[in-house]
Unconditional design. Sequence first.
Length: 213
Amino acid sequence: MSLPVAAPRKGPDGFERGPVIERRVARRQEPRLPPGQFETAKWPVLSYGTVPRFDPARWSFRVFGEVDHPLTLDYATCLLRDRIELTADLHCVTKWSHYDTVLEGFPVAALLREAGARAEARFAVIHADHGYTTNLPIDAIQDPDAILCDWADGRPLTPDHGYPMRLVVPSRYLWKSAKWVRGIELVREDQPGFWERGGYHNDADPWKEERFG
């Protein structure tokens, strides 16, 4: 068994976090800057609605739907999972791109294996606070670069960036990386989410400029 690259530790938010077992750079496409984007040194904040209140005693994360072993995890249990540090570029549909964001969390693919994702599951519905949803094909959510993230650039996520937890899927525009995420539901048929029903593109590939449907 390989040694962790970073030992378990307690964050400034008071929560214990598991070991970082891998540190790597997310897969990049060429050109690095997708068409129609501009690079920004800052990580801008864009949200629809208000930042939800976080109550650790009541918070939970579910994996359900087309799985053999549905999961319900509390926040402390999520944070103690084996973690990865992923350096990734983030691309927003509003045309900014933020390079080399250092993210930390645990891989979605490992969680779905633990839940026993069924072969019939072809899509994922991502559930977040305020009833927000977004959708992804199963191969996108199982990509090795897709993580459930609670830490960025050496500290816990700020609430306006998604604390206590957000999904990060670097291969898609950032609205697919839902903030304040609370569950993943695996389904057989695609179920467009909030922004997709409002006219945004269902696939959201930045290199194809899939901004609107």
